[in-house]
Design a protein around this ligand. Sequence first.
Ligand SMILES: CC(C)(COP(=O)(O)OP(=O)(O)OC[C@H]1O[C@@H](n2cnc3c(N)ncnc32)[C@H](O)[C@@H]1OP(=O)(O)O)[C@@H](O)C(=O)NCCC(=O)NCCS
Length: 196
Amino acid sequence: MPYSSSNNNHNRRGSCDVSREVRAPLLPVLSKMIRSLLPSDFDALLKVINDAAQAYKGVIPNDRWKEPYMSAEELRKEIEAGVRFFGLLEGGHLLGVAGIQALKDTTLIRHAYVLPGCQGKGTGTRLLEYLLGLVETPEILVGTWADATWAIRFYQKHGFRPVSSREKDRLLRTYWNIPERQIETSVVLRTIPSLQ
Ligand SMILES: CC(C)(COP(=O)(O)OP(=O)(O)OC[C@H]1O[C@@H](n2cnc3c(N)ncnc32)[C@H](O)[C@@H]1OP(=O)(O)O)[C@@H](O)C(=O)NCCC(=O)NCCS
């Protein structure tokens, strides 16, 4: 049965703390897996994004924060624009998500979010490594808020390096569809896997 955010047990049952109590090896069915997300995962995907995005509250500029951080309409548009989402699940519960968007001669990593109780435990790394394995272009870009220092550190640990401010503006205008104010308050990091 497709998981829906209307399930009130989501936080409790999907949280990393609870799932640790019932972790494999005794129950291999609860082992973690990454898979492409389906239309039936839409509500759970949106919930992970908005729960994880709470990390931005009070950190990114106030005029860039809204609640929910991403609306269903915005997420739908991202999917229509070609963002393919993957999720890491444990026992059928979505713990983290990340998207990939192939554009012209580059690939963007989009919307990487891990449930708050699960952050810092390797979920983002597993998802990112999985996505990097799908990339067919020489270059991979990721954009995030300049104030999201933890996210910048996360990408730097995986070989991404910040581009110059001028290059950031150019890349965001070329490959992203975001307002000027978001361009001002963002950074872009790049990796070229063949050079790693
Ligand atoms: C950024 C994010 C996707 C990384 O996923 P994650 O599962 O927490 O990351 P991992 O456990 O695989 O990697 C941990 C590394 O990421 C960084 N990190 C990011 N957020 C962290 C957190 N809340 N706790 C600990 N480490 C964090 C650190 O550099 C850490 O490395 P370290 O342990 O050597 O210090 C996740 O923390 C998240 O959803 N954050 C909030 C939303 C966000 O910033 N999204 C990025 C959008 S571009």
